[in-house]
Design a protein around this ligand. Sequence first.
Ligand code: URA
Length: 266
Amino acid sequence: MAPWQTDWDIARTALDWQLEMGVDEAICDAPISRYELPHKRETPPHPPASPGPATPAPALAQDVDPVAVARGLAESASDLAALQAALAAYDHCDLKLGARNLVFADGQPNARVMIVGEAPGREEDRQGKPFVGEAGQLLDRMFAAIGMGRDNPDPAKALYITNILPWRPLQDRDPSSDERAMMRPFVQRHIELTDPDILILMGRVSAGTLLDTTEGITRLRGQWCKVMGRPCLPMLHPAYLLRNPPMKRHAWEDLLSLQARLRGGK
Ligand code: URA
């Protein structure tokens, strides 16, 4: 224990940690260690029946291809509400277990510009909306500087915002390649259903997942490319800009490039 820490400090830190882990309810006064309870052996309710005709064994969890399941669910969604429901029903991504909310999207689905970020952080997980924390506030200011915003009802000035991952990774770690592969069919379907004129790939994880590259975002940013046949612009993530303020000038260049593209038509 550090000399300056009181019992109050320690209790407060432990409580913050529990909140961060998703504990939101106390159900009894004293903790119960399930590991110390006497082990209960499961007994079958009836003696096993005499062997009948063989029935096929159910598919084992490891036989299931989570990416194929994701593709099937995503492709069968005919609108955004169905896609959100399909994501909520998808049980192969463990991030779901640690998240408070599924963070689907925010903004105007008819916007000409769709932004795809990385994953919800703490504030997004709490509110169930993408980009509402500190990085999200910077994102809003960046786009407001070129007259665009998620609340703008004019499709030419509106934004529609989602993420590669709809669930927050604990401790905000980088999503694994398996997690990204599982979520990619859902994001691709999200893009098809929303049908934006322009995609903004916000940050390394978004650009890496949708362009299928390991090229760094500082090389990719500002270079127009195509995803699913539509123009897209990789940009530096606002969280990165908060840590590296001198790089904001590149974000400004990219915003001007987006503005010029929008003015030049589809
Ligand atoms: N960073 C992201 O990429 N997405 C969010 O929703 C929040 C922070």
